[in-house]
Design a binder for this molecule. Structure first.
Ligand SMILES: *Cc1c(COP(=O)(O)O)cnc(C)c1O
Length: 432
């Protein structure tokens, strides 16, 4: 902890103009929500859009809708290293969490393991989709009936663009084709990112964004669901329609939080919230009792002009990602996952620091100097205390390594070229 200039690890600032339009949104009521919804549909070119109170609320509702459409399926396959809200939402929806380990290089699924977990495509020659890079193509020995039956209980797979690094959704689509398994794209951290020829959030059967703190666009808290599928949308319309809204007190709380964020996210003042343990900044908890509500017109109002803001913030992050890549290429710094990240608007840039003591020293020094280097999630999903015993006999070594080794450096628009130099000097000093 220090007093003075302190970089937040990620930041999508709420400006004064946003706050004013938020207050106006309260007066406009449902019209403000309709405005945001129709802008989202136009921007992403999707048929259906729903607005709720958080990313985890969005994900839970999506799973409830899918479960209603396929009542005999009850398992959801998620990455073994992801936000704790993801398994929490699966549990909240009353479904079973299945984990798949990740690739050591890309933060995407380990596709060899994934294809083992998915039902085999029958009557359909296995095509190139599964072979690429995922290890040798082997002839599968027929499995006992029960293993195949269990695979047929999978309701959904959740590719995740962690930090905005694209997950290979087209490859996954080939794998699940014809299986009845839905792809739920976790684009919580990737709003506004372009992936191949498409936008993140338009690649799955259904997807969601988070509008929480530290995401690409923030309404204090908030979640967006997008889908082109009429059957999913029809169920969601009813589920979301029946949700409670924000009461007077919780709306007032949102206004106060938005005001605090507007004032305190700036590096000049960010040391203040950092020094208040009650805010539990940077603490990751597994909680399933979160509230699930309709988005308020205040939150919708905060988003006025979001397309321009999202684009501008992304340009700032892209420029900083490129600066980092240049700096890291010249130094003998840590491994990073910047392969292919040039000109991508990552939310935070992940670096891998394998040495435990050096990593601890780096985090300590960064906190002292206010440079915004942060760990990611404290453990892989299987090691969350509340989930112990659920993954008996399974191990997820790559995900576990990510939890122990990853740190992120900030790239948001408050980060200057000078900050990057200071950060790099610190990194080199601690690591070499
Ligand atoms: C933030 C996040 C969520 C949950 O969103 P909230 O708005 O915080 O509920 C889900 N998945 C990922 C990858 C996230 O980063």
């Amino acid at each position: 902890m220090q007093i003075g200039r302190t970089l937040p690890p990620a930041a999508a600032p709420i400006g004064r103009a946003n706050l004013v339009s938020g207050i106006r949104g309260i007066l406009a009521g449902p019209r403000e929500l309709e405005r945001f919804q129709s802008e989202l549909r136009a921007y992403f070119g999707v048929k259906h859009c729903f607005l709720v109170s958080s990313g985890k609320a969005a994900f839970t509702l999506i799973l409830q809708a899918l479960k209603e459409l396929s009542p005999d399926r009850g398992e959801v396959l998620v990455p073994a290293f992801t936000c704790y809200s993801v398994p929490a939402s699966v549990a909240r929806a009353g479904l079973r969490i299945r984990l798949c380990d990740m690739q050591p290089e890309s933060l995407d699924f380990d596709f060899a393991q994934l294809s083992e977990m998915l039902p085999q495509r029958t009557g359909n020659r296995q095509t190139g989709g599964i072979s690429g890079g995922g290890g040798p193509q082997v002839l599968k020995v027929p499995e006992p009936e029960s293993a195949e039956a269990s695979k047929n209980r999978i309701l959904a797979v959740v590719p995740t663009h962690l930090f905005g690094i694209p997950a290979d959704v087209p490859r996954l689509r080939k794998l699940v084709k014809g299986s009845g398994i839905a792809i739920v794209e976790d684009a919580a951290q990737a709003m506004g990112e372009e992936i191949g020829d498409g936008k993140a959030g338009t690649l799955g059967d259904v997807s969601f964004f988070s509008l929480g703190r530290g995401k690409a666009l923030s309404t204090v808290e908030g979640g967006v669901i997008l889908t082109d599928r009429d059957d999913i949308a029809e169920v969601l319309r009813r589920l979301v329609g029946n949700l409670p809204g924000y009461g007077l007190l919780s709306r007032l709380k949102l206004v106060l939080l938005a005001t605090a964020l507007m004032l305190l996210m700036h590096p000049r003042l960010f040391w203040i919230p950092c020094s208040m343990p009650i805010l539990r900044l940077g603490v990751t908890l597994y909680e399933t009792d979160f509230s699930i509500r309709k988005m308020s017109s205040f939150q919708a109002g905060l988003t006025r002009n979001w397309q321009a803001k999202l684009g501008k913030l992304r340009e700032g992050r892209k420029a900083n990602v490129d600066r980092w890549i240049d700096v890291l290429a010249r130094s003998t710094g840590p491994d990073s996952y910047f392969h292919g990240s040039r000109s991508q608007g990552l939310l935070r840039l992940p670096l891998r620091v394998a040495d435990r003591d050096k990593r601890r020293a780096l985090l300590r020094e960064s906190a002292r100097m206010g440079l915004g280097i942060m760990p990611v999630y404290p453990t892989s999903i299987d090691a969350i205390p509340q989930l112990r015993g659920m993954f008996e006999g399974e191990t997820f070594p790559v995900a576990d390594g990510y939890a122990r080794e990853l740190v992120t450096v900030p790239v948001h628009s408050y980060v200057t070229a000078r900050d990057i130099q200071r950060l790099n000097t610190l990194i080199l000093h601690v690591l070499t």
